[in-house]
Design a protein. Structure first.
Length: 198
């Protein structure tokens, strides 16, 4: 069994978090991809986020119609920052027969040396690097460039989906609906009903 893990703050989730993941799932034959909204993102200290379980609810709503995509509360229950290597090790323990694939954006891959136990992460999971707007693999540090050429990393060269959670929060804060095709309708309705960003 091939299991993908995809973490983030998802504040809010949008189609830039969904379409590339579906493409990766099909391209690599992943049986499922598990989204992991995190309560306390270690790389965003001090940033005010929508409540953790509201972000979880938005992911659940966004994925209801998406085949093979699921959401987990695992990173919401730790009471501290969630480190990716620990999450991978958790899923290895509960799914011992699964091959784990970690899906990350190109910008996150470029920052990998700053992650906790990042070399262990490369050993524990295969990395699937999703294209992000403005990211170019040509600027990678030599060690990461060599890693990108190894069999531990899959660089997906799909066209990036140019949608920004920051822009969406600004639109919602003004009471505006985002343009069609940016956010699943259920998510937009949830945000507006509970005035999450106002």
């Amino acid at each position: 069994m091939k299991i993908g893990l995809f973490g983030g703050s998802f504040d809010p989730i949008h189609y830039g978090h969904i379409l590339p993941v579906q493409e990766a799932r099909r391209a690599l034959g992943l049986d499922r991809v598990i989204y992991l909204p995190t309560a306390v993102p270690p790389h965003k200290p001090g940033r005010q986020l929508a409540p953790a379980y509201a972000r979880y609810a938005m992911v659940e709503l966004a994925l209801l119609d998406e085949e093979g995509l699921y959401v987990s509360t695992h990173e919401l229950t730790l009471g501290r920052p969630a480190y990716t290597i620990e999450t991978v090790e958790h899923f290895q323990s509960v799914l011992p027969d699964a091959e784990i694939y970690l899906l990350i954006g190109g910008d996150s891959f470029a920052d990998l040396p700053f992650w906790v136990r990042w070399r262990d992460l490369v050993t524990a999971a295969r990395l699937v690097v999703l294209a992000r707007p403005g990211w170019d693999e040509a600027g990678l540090a030599p060690e990461l460039a060599a890693l990108a050429r190894s069999d531990r990393v899959h660089l997906l060269r799909q066209p990036p989906v140019d949608i920004s959670s920051t822009r969406l929060r600004a639109l919602f804060a003004c009471g505006e609906a985002p343009p069609a095709g940016m956010v699943p309708d259920r998510v937009a309705y949830y945000v507006q009903k509970y005035k999450l960003y106002q």
